[in-house]
Design a protein around this ligand. Structure first.
Ligand SMILES: C[S@@+](CC[C@H](N)C(=O)[O-])C[C@H]1O[C@@H](n2cnc3c(N)ncnc32)[C@H](O)[C@@H]1O
Length: 227
């Protein structure tokens, strides 16, 4: 992975909680955050005595490298959101300046935790579809804003391999959003669901309270019925 091809952009604990309908009991589980990038979910949950490991290919870089890249891409990301502001629901986050402050605060939180978290094994460099974990090592795996969102860049077979791998390492997997970047329902969703159902998993779509990308109101939940 080249750092120049990465656009680091991270969400907060409260956003993860809403995107994945995380209950108090969910937060006590052993959690894998897959593709967590510079989100502050790991930092904030660890502070609250949770058990979480995040994986992302971007963790091959150090905090200074990630910080510089965030500063470099920030104006471009903000200008893109501003240009496409009709594609978003400005309710919890009410305007573009607030969005900038909110995301930068989350990423600053991540950066302040990153080096210590790397040393203690909470941030691990790894990429789907291969994860360095044993079968059912986690009770819950979360994947925010990677699978289905990047439907053009990640093809259908990679989605199926990635979901199968997440289901191998965790008893339950939740993925959000299920829309592609253009706002349409991902064309990889139905074939992935069919494959998982044929493999014996319990698959459902659940409505969540979070919505920023217009129409992104559901998460995919996959449970290993044998667990
Ligand atoms: C848009 S960011 C989302 C970050 C975070 N999950 C959030 O919601 O704030 C997408 C993340 O997916 C990561 N990613 C890219 N390829 C990946 C792969 N093969 N396996 C896991 N994560 C990957 C990127 O490095 C990036 O951090």
């Amino acid at each position: 992975m080249e750092l120049t091809s990465v656009v680091p952009w991270g969400r907060s604990f409260s956003e993860y909680q809403a995107m994945f309908s995380l209950s108090e009991s969910d937060l006590t589980k052993t959690i894998l955050g897959c593709g967590d990038g510079p989100a502050s979910f790991n930092a904030e949950l660890t502070k609250a005595a949770g058990h979480i490991i995040s994986v992302d290919p971007v963790y091959q870089f150090n905090s200074q490298q990630i910080r510089s890249r965030i500063e470099q891409v920030y104006p471009e990301v903000m200008s893109q959101v501003s240009k496409n502001s009709d594609d978003f629901i400005w309710k919890t986050i009410t305007n573009i300046d607030e969005l900038g402050q909110f995301r930068m605060a989350a990423m600053e939180n991540f950066l302040n935790d990153y080096e210590l978290g790397k040393e203690t094994g909470r941030y691990i460099e790894a990429s789907l579809p291969i994860l360095p974990f044993k079968e059912a090592e986690f009770e819950l795996a979360l994947c925010s804003h990677y699978l289905f969102l990047y439907s053009e860049q990640v093809d259908q077979s990679q989605h199926i391999l990635a979901m199968t791998e997440l289901c191998r390492v965790a008893n339950e997997v939740r993925v959000y959003p299920l829309l592609a970047l253009d706002g349409s329902r991902s064309t990889h969703l139905e074939p992935t669901i069919s494959h998982l159902q044929e493999s014996g998993f319990d698959v459902s779509l659940q409505t969540v309270k979070y919505q920023f990308q217009k129409g992104a109101t559901q998460m995919l939940v996959v449970k290993n019925v044998q667990s």
